[in-house]
Design a protein around this ligand. Structure first.
Ligand code: BMA
Length: 329
């Protein structure tokens, strides 16, 4: 048994973390909420689908940024709040980021948000339309007013995920360079920035490597700092005769050089099997965007999108997940 521990900065105690014990007879490392899907299109008037969304602890409760595609199929970001992490109130109007520069701030589309508490504010990264998909960066203090900064990268890039503290004195981000369409390739890269505007020191992190992660990989939730390295939960894509299948697994990377992978799961942690993961606008997709952990109990709650249609919750125990990543890699 690995005795891994969470780093001091890995987050506050979350006694009200959404939680359900592992069901009897289940021996999976990650198990689903019996209440899935926890968010459907009904949460926002005029929504086609609410999925691939990110949440964080906020003022003793929870807040988040949600991908809401409309019935016109516009891809938008909405703010939301929850007392218990299960039942969400999502704003009916999309987030309108304040931005000094119209060239950057003119909204084209936004999807697949991640939210990261970093130093003094909540940063949001998302796939932002700017002559193709690129990585938008913004922040909020209160989930009411949102500010937009420079895009982190040139198009085309997706799955920009910030680290929750500076690494080697710099802000750090994972991303997945891509193309204009439903990219049939994709490696995860690491970049650093002194100011959250200028990004460099680009390093390769990982490539697809067969099985459930044979076609492309992309970072999911904000990495979690542990004694054994950064715990990076990521999605992997397999190309079947019927299209893409999105599963997720996890890796551990070096704390000081996060582009160096130490362990990586050979088997997935969760893949599409329930009807709400296999049937929807895009069948066979489980797409994680947030993971919360309560340090004293080791309980983890993972938020993921199902079939590009609904938002779901899964649970894990930190020690068991670490054991799996280290020994099943
Ligand atoms: C990716 C993104 C995700 C989506 C996935 C499966 O390229 O668009 O938002 O969940 O495809 O359709």
């Amino acid at each position: 048994m690995v005795t891994a521990y969470l780093a001091a900065g890995s987050g506050p105690e979350l006694p009200n973390l959404p939680w359900e014990p592992r069901p009897a007879g289940c021996d999976d490392v990650v198990w689903r909420s019996a209440r899935n899907p926890i968010i459907t299109r009904d949460a926002v008037p005029g929504a086609n689908s609410i999925f691939n969304s990110a949440v964080v602890p906020f003022e003793g409760q929870f807040a988040g940024v949600f991908r809401c595609d409309t019935t016109a199929r516009d891809m938008q970001l909405h703010a939301g709040r929850s007392e218990d992490g299960f039942r969400w109130q999502i704003a009916p109007q999309r987030i309108r980021f304040r931005c000094d520069d119209d060239e950057i701030g003119t909204f084209v589309y936004g999807y697949d948000p991640r939210v990261c508490w970093l130093e003094d504010r909540y940063y949001i990264t998302w796939c932002n339309g700017y002559h193709g998909p690129t990585i938008g960066v913004g922040y909020t203090y209160d989930f009411v007013t949102f500010y937009q900064m420079e895009n982190a990268t040139l198009p085309y890039n997706r799955n920009g995920v910030l680290f929750p503290r500076r690494v080697r004195g710099k802000y750090a981000m994972l991303s997945r360079p891509s193309d204009t369409g439903h990219t049939p390739f994709g490696d995860i890269f690491y970049s650093e920035s002194p100011d959250m505007v200028h990004w460099g020191h680009h390093r390769h992190v990982m490539s697809p490597c067969g099985g459930w992660q044979a076609t492309k990989v992309g970072a999911g939730p904000t990495p979690i700092e542990t004694s054994e390295g950064w715990l990076v939960i990521y999605h992997g894509v397999l190309t079947s005769c019927n299209g893409f299948v999105y599963s997720f697994g996890a890796a551990l990377t070096d704390l000081d050089q996060p582009w160096k992978v130490i362990h990586r799961t050979r088997a997935y942690l969760l893949n599409p099997r329930e009807p709400y993961e296999c049937v929807g606008d895009v069948p066979n997709v489980t797409f994680p965007c947030a993971a919360l952990v309560d340090p004293p109990s080791g309980r983890m709650a993972i938020y993921y999108g199902g079939a590009d249609t609904v938002t779901c919750l899964a649970f894990a125990q930190f020690d068991e997940l670490m054991e799996f990543v280290i020994h099943e890699s």
